[in-house]
Design a protein around this ligand. Sequence first.
Ligand SMILES: CC(C)(COP(=O)(O)OP(=O)(O)OC[C@H]1O[C@@H](n2cnc3c(N)ncnc32)[C@H](O)[C@@H]1OP(=O)(O)O)[C@@H](O)C(=O)NCCC(=O)NCCS
Length: 254
Amino acid sequence: MPHAHLRLASTIRCQSLDAPAPFEVWCAELDRWPTPTELGWLSADEHRRARAFAFERDRRRFLTAHVALRAVLAGHLGVAASALEFERGEFGKPRLRSSGLQFNLSHGEDLALIALTGADTGVGVDVEQPRPVNDLRALAQALFTENEQRQVFAETGAGVTRAFFTCWTRKEACLKAVGWGLSVEPASIDVGATADPVELLVRSGERVARVVVRSLPPSHGAIVALAQAAPSVNTIALSGRPWRQPSISSIGAS
Ligand SMILES: CC(C)(COP(=O)(O)OP(=O)(O)OC[C@H]1O[C@@H](n2cnc3c(N)ncnc32)[C@H](O)[C@@H]1OP(=O)(O)O)[C@@H](O)C(=O)NCCC(=O)NCCS
């Protein structure tokens, strides 16, 4: 474990890909300020982004999440946390400049989730704290498929909100795994509103990716989804090669 304030939330091994793709999902609590040493790890760009937050609480969460991200990645690569250099893909997905290690970060109030895999597969993670949503029905109608809306509104009471955020996090995780951001129409992917693993195609213009998304056991009451995009997505998707759902060999939620 790279740091005392980081926990390993889940380890998932996806065995059906060409290259086995074990995931790690780390969970960091953001209710503390980084130490001066940890702040020294961050780049000028990370400090600039932190300064742009109007509220101190948001600045703290951003800084602590980025310290945690660096701690996890540096621990894996065996390098100093301050030595990591990031760049962004076409739609803004952060990646490491000199390593193929795939990772993704999500913030949810005082919690950050960090997913990583060494395989050549895009990974996306999303965390949301369930909360009342005034325009929930209108949002679901705008962003969810008919199947997803049916699943959400089959629930009652607080179950509706949980199903809404289950579906929302699964969509976000898929979009983050492929890294195409909101160039993917959210209602064009049917991820479901239950925790079950679902395999689907994600499209953006000419691009197609095969993605598996699943919900993870709740962490600190938050709803978490994790998605994995197949490597060489166009070739695999267009060849129609079967891609079985990964089996979970271990989930060690702590
Ligand atoms: C930016 C986006 C990728 C996720 O945003 P989000 O859910 O608000 O925020 P999260 O905390 O989960 O993720 C933010 C992190 O994702 C990473 N990220 C940024 N752009 C990304 C991209 N294109 N692909 C994958 N990851 C990305 C960054 O590490 C970012 O952290 P940072 O800002 O501290 O550097 C994007 O999907 C978005 O703007 N969504 C808006 C919400 C929406 O309309 N969703 C519809 C789905 S139902």
